[in-house]
Design a protein around this ligand. Structure first.
Ligand SMILES: Nc1ncnc2c1ncn2[C@@H]1O[C@H](COP(=O)(O)OP(=O)(O)OP(=O)(O)O)[C@@H](O)[C@H]1O
Ligand SMILES: [Mg+2]
Length: 294
């Protein structure tokens, strides 16, 4: 199960915006996606509450009174929105889950400095340094009339940090998020520039989101890997194992069937509805070391 985290210790850098958009894009591809909101502000959880039920469903993160992290069985992809200021043990624990980290960075000296410090801390973690958890930056709220994209690109090159794309400054993002939507939920010319800007990010994520069937893994589905229900319906007791051990070989997102979105969306809706009733079962799936303490 691919897990993508959106991280930057700088507040307001666009983490929730990127996380919500990635989750919505995955939902549109027919994935049963869960949007985990690790942030106490619960921005993306509030955004999910505003989301129209007619749109492709995204299951929320579920945290019970004991702060136990749960991923219901059936979820195929997880996107994690994280809070500003995440560092130390909390950052390291989050990295244990993640296959990839996207770091949205605005262009100001303050933003670049905070992002550089976050990058340094991430690179000190073996999972990131070894490349098992991939890391890349995205330029946020970029005004095309300025040199911001160039400045951020140079900054990332100096850090040897892959720089995937820049997302322009536009009220479209603000208005969409206010309505529980993303630009991927809109159609037409209005969003053409924005979807184009997202494409390099989605291309970079593609091998992570669609792990190639691995000859070495022993967890090959016994039935057709292209069937979404085979993937999303399987109960996997290791669904919360560290990310590199929990990849599920499956079909390619690019080759989704027409009805796959409806099936996965229905499944995510079902997960959403049943999540609160399955706490005991889910809790049994959680290794003790993954339980949140604070
Ligand atoms: N491309 C964009 N154009 C215009 N506004 C944007 C864009 N991206 C994000 N914003 C706005 O910037 C603000 C901060 O974004 P967001 O909440 O995603 O940041 P964050 O990193 O999650 O913040 P926090 O650290 O507080 O959780 C929001 O009001 C959001 O609507
Ligand atoms: Mg946020």
């Amino acid at each position: 199960m691919p897990v993508i985290a959106v991280v930057n210790r700088k507040g307001g850098s666009g983490k929730s915006t990127v996380a919500a958009h990635l989750a919505a894009w995955l939902a549109h591809q027919g994935c049963a996606v869960m949007l985990g909101d690790v942030d106490r502000q619960q921005s993306t959880r509030a955004w999910l509450r505003r989301r129209n039920a007619a749109l492709p469903a995204i299951a929320p993160w579920t945290i019970d009174q004991k702060n136990v992290l749960r991923v219901p069985s059936g979820i195929t992809h997880v996107v994690l929105d994280t809070p500003g200021g995440l560092h130390g043990f909390d950052l390291a624990r989050m990295v244990m889950f993640a296959d990839a980290i996207l770091m949205p960075v605005c262009n100001s000296a303050f933003d670049r400095e905070a992002a550089a410090a976050c990058h340094a801390e991430l690179m000190a973690l073996p999972r990131v340094a070894s490349g098992r958890c991939k890391l890349a930056a995205i330029g946020m709220r970029i005004d095309a009339r300025t040199r911001a994209a160039q400045v951020l690109g140079d900054w990332a090159t100096e850090l040897k940090l892959p720089f995937l794309s820049v997302l322009r400054e536009t009220q479209l993002y603000v208005q969409c998020l206010e309505r529980g939507m993303t630009i991927f939920d809109l159609s037409g010319q209005k969003t053409a520039t924005d979807t184009q800007q997202w494409q390099p990010i989605l291309d970079w994520l593609a091998p992570i989101l669609n792990p190639a069937p691995a000859a070495t893994t022993q967890q090959v589905p016994t039935t057709s890997p292209d069937s979404p229900l085979n993937r999303v319906g399987s109960s996997r007791p290791d669904s919360l194992m560290p990310a590199q051990e929990s990849l599920v070989p499956g079909g390619r997102i690019g080759g989704v069937q027409v009805n796959r979105q409806a099936q996965a969306s229905a499944l995510a809706s079902k997960v959403l509805a049943t999540a609160q009733h399955s706490s005991l079962q889910q809790r049994q799936q959680i290794p003790a070391f993954l339980r949140q303490t604070g």
